[in-house]
Design a binder for this molecule. Structure first.
Ligand code: SF4
Ligand code: SF4
Length: 419
């Protein structure tokens, strides 16, 4: 047995706790999770059902932690976890799952299948069976601080452009600021308008904020690839920066999994509570709305809808806030079928967009989003995750659909009343 396979098996064994054991023992093989997963509904491939994606973990649980499994193993009759299995499952576990959480919502016995797939990724990554794109992104996140290799000078250059164009100051390393904003590399490089939008809104609301030059990256590749130690290290960098600057609230930007990573997984990963709050940018903007600090002018007359990023809505619970905000400016807002906590994933989360091998399938499963959009005939789609935004644009182009994809934060900045 190779050293990497040994490492993978040992990592899978470490994931088996009483929760995992009870989940595997209670699966009644009803198939309901299959119908909740766009990688199954849009391909019809039985291999891509959610519970099947956990097979490497299930085999370890069965052969190591059940009486029958152990007897079969002693007799050489148990199905082993070997290189072939891990190699065969790599495309299922990484290319055909966005960790969107929809399957976990429908399981009649309450199995959190998404978490089990994430645990399966821990073993796959340890055994070296993770996609190259995700491995490189994770390496860059550890060594450079950003999965896209974005360094501080690149952020400073974007800040410089915004300051020159707008006359506003983008605060860097301001100790004692109320809010510390995180940014995804994708926002810095592809959507710097987001930084400008936050600056405009926060100036309008009259609150103090800052970006840390030491920990500005929001994305957490450790979560996506399935290496908890790396995920914890990346969370700790944010915690250290927030404590150093003594901020009250850390803001997760328009990025889905970054919010899950820092808000819900973060304290568990580093093993202690934070001494600051974590909020998604939409939660902060909705607090401004409630406090009367957000005054919008004009009305958006286009017919608009909202795509709920899975990690923000289903896994993160931020569902009402975007709707409260959109209703401040949209005259004609319509919901897609299956929205809010049961929205369908765009198809690119959970590291799928960093994995070139998955390009074809992520566009194939976009058919589900197309069907949702075809049902409501809108002029534009708003979202709050730059990864969703890029994939929505790709998917709309692939299916010859012509409509703008808007950032909610940027749209609000455009609608602000002059102070
Ligand atoms: S988490 Fe989402 S993409 Fe992954 S198996 Fe479940 S429903 Fe499918
Ligand atoms: S929905 Fe739950 S019980 Fe049914 S097959 Fe999937 S994991 Fe098993």
């Amino acid at each position: 047995m190779s050293a990497s396979l040994k490492k993978g098996i040992s990592a899978l064994k470490e994931q088996v706790d009483s929760t995992v054991a009870s989940f595997f023992s209670s699966c009644v093989h009803c198939g309901m999770c299959a119908e909740a997963c766009l990688f199954y509904t849009e391909t019809g491939d039985p291999e891509r059902t959610p519970i099947n994606k956990t097979e490497p973990l299930r085999r370890i649980w069965f052969s190591e932690y059940t009486l029958v499994g152990r007897l079969l193993k002693m007799l050489g009759l148990a199905k082993a976890v070997d290189e072939q299995l891990l190699s065969d499952w790599e495309t299922l576990v990484y290319d055909s799952c966005t960790l969107c959480g929809r399957c976990s919502m429908v399981c009649p016995v309450g199995i959190d299948i998404t978490d089990m797939i994430r645990k399966t990724r821990e073993g796959m990554a340890a055994a070296g069976h993770a996609p190259n794109g995700l491995i490189s992104a994770t390496q860059r996140a550890v060594t450079i601080g950003s999965p896209m290799g974005v360094k501080l000078p690149a952020l400073q250059a974007q800040i410089g452009h915004i300051e020159k164009d707008t006359g506003m100051t983008i605060p860097l390393d301001v100790e004692g600021a109320e809010y510390m904003l995180l940014l995804s590399s994708m926002e810095i490089m592809n959507f710097p308008e987001f930084i400008e939008a936050v600056a405009k809104i926060f100036k309008h609301a009259g609150v103090s904020w800052t970006i840390s030059s030491e920990a500005f990256e929001a994305t957490n590749s450790g979560i996506q690839i399935g290496v908890s130690d790396i995920a914890a290290e990346l969370v700790q960098r944010t915690v250290d920066a927030a404590e150093k600057l003594k901020v009250k609230t850390v803001i997760s930007p328009e990025c889905g999994h970054a919010y899950m990573a820092i808000r819900w997984d973060g304290p568990n990963l580093i093993g202690k509570p934070f001494n600051f709050k974590v909020r998604h940018i939409l939660e902060v903007l909705d607090e401004f709305r409630k406090d009367g600090r957000l005054k919008l002018s004009g009305k958006e007359v286009q017919k608009l809808t909202y795509h709920d990023p899975c990690q923000i809505a289903r896994r993160g619970g931020v569902i009402e806030e975007p709707r409260n905000l959109i209703n401040m400016f949209a005259d004609d807002f319509v919901e897609m079928p299956d929205t809010g906590k049961m929205n369908w994933c765009c198809g690119a989360g959970g590291g799928v967009s960093s994995n070139e091998r998955a390009d074809e399938i992520r566009l194939q499963v976009f058919q589900r989003k197309k069907d949702q959009l075809d049902a409501i005939h809108v002029d534009g789609i708003i979202s709050a995750c730059s990864n969703c935004r890029i994939h929505l644009e790709d998917g709309l182009e692939e299916y010859h659909m012509d409509m703008p994809v808007l950032s909610l934060t940027e749209t609000i900045a455009e609608q602000l009343e002059e102070n």
